[in-house]
Design a protein around this ligand. Sequence first.
Ligand code: ADP
Length: 490
Amino acid sequence: MKCGAMKILFVASEAYPLVKTGGLGDVLNSLPHALHGRGADIRLVLPGYRDLLRQLGEVRILGWLDVRGAEGTVGTRVLETRHPDFDFPLWVVDCPALYDRPGNPYLQAGGQDWPDNAERFAVFARVAALLAQDALELGWQPAVVHTHDWQTGLVSAFLADQPARPKTVFTIHNLAYGGHFSHTDFVRLQLPSHWWTPEGVEFHGGFSMLKAGIVYADAVTTVSPTYAAEICTPAFGHGLDGLLLSRQHKLHGILNGIDTRLWNPSTDANLPAHYSAGRVQPGKRRNKQALLDRFLPQAGEAAMRAPLLGLVGRLVEQKGIDWVLAAIPVLLAESDARFVLLGSGQPVYEQKLARLARQFPDRVFVVIGYDEALAHQIEAGVDVFLMPSRFEPCGLNQMYSLRYGTPPVVFKTGGLADTVVDADAEALAEGSATGFVFDVPGVAAFLEAIRRALDLYRQPAAWRRLQQAGMRQSFDWADSAAHYLDLYSS
Ligand code: ADP
């Protein structure tokens, strides 16, 4: 289905490769790209962070917009640029006082939030809402404004009161980040006082930008059908389950795809050897060898035969890192497994993982940091991928691992439940199994699932079938884009 030239304004706080802290960044590259491929006319507006501005080539000033900030009026400049990774113009909100800072878009070097995040993203939202109404008189009026996560939650709220306005869609990529701020911030930012009710943005004495998106957007989506159902329950709702339940009529779960241009084991430029579902070996083995060579230069045949388990991700409670930390010593004692772990996050997890690596230097390899190339090499080079998230809105890494012939071990939640088929007897027999799913939260069930994986790994024919079933799954963005287009036009 083509959508003609439906104009869609994307508003987001990150987009790969310009700025990315997690899956949100990936989606903001892939989804607009897929929609553009189906004929949509897209603009993507981002804040002008220092690192982002530095990556831009030629820019054109579209105009100036003054909006209300925390202390009075804030002057912003809207830039337009073209970037080789985007097939449509990018718009950048340039405001040095708010965005020209080093490092992470949301956090200071010490890991605390920027103290003026309320102002930074309220100003961004005000400017985006003005652009959505063609305040710069560019002759480009979107039919739909698609906003993402708490940083853009106020956009729908600002637009809600406008008479002739585009439709608004708000996507929750992770309900755990609520964009909570104080009443003082609310007052200083001069947000409309009628928003200050439990039916508006008020949340436990403060206000939540995420809640604003849920309340005021015409449609709310989240990134997998299972997560869409889970967030309407107290266990997953972060205090917003009641609200979400009452808005179920406008809540949709649309599974993310993965970027198969970047994540394709037969072309991936980060890999030392390529392979495909039709011919997994010797390519995948060569990737394992290269990964082992990096961490264990004297690795012999025994290390190649032993199972290698990997993990890539943010080291936070959500990702079940404590379960991984508890499981590794048990597995080291009872099997010949080795581990490669890449991530950064909470200092306590970083330290504990680094300590494990020091204790077992020839079996546990840990890289603390963010390393895109190594993430690809781990997906390709390990035998089993670990992703025991307590909750997972969609999750990309398990889809990458499926595509790279690396069966994942996952907890049955959110997008993990929607994308991995457990290797139980029946699924194995019919060839639909793609990984190992445990459904009781905790280390014991996680360990049981890993043991099942290690058992099957010792059965080469069954293992190959499992790998190939995963590699043949389609997680194409074209499918997701079609769902979003249906939603935009409904
Ligand atoms: P989340 O968005 O919760 O962080 P996802 O699985 O949806 O989790 O997406 C994570 C994305 O970030 C993936 O593209 C993954 O490869 C990448 N990633 C996470 N941590 C790292 C890291 N330390 N180095 C490289 N890539 C990482």
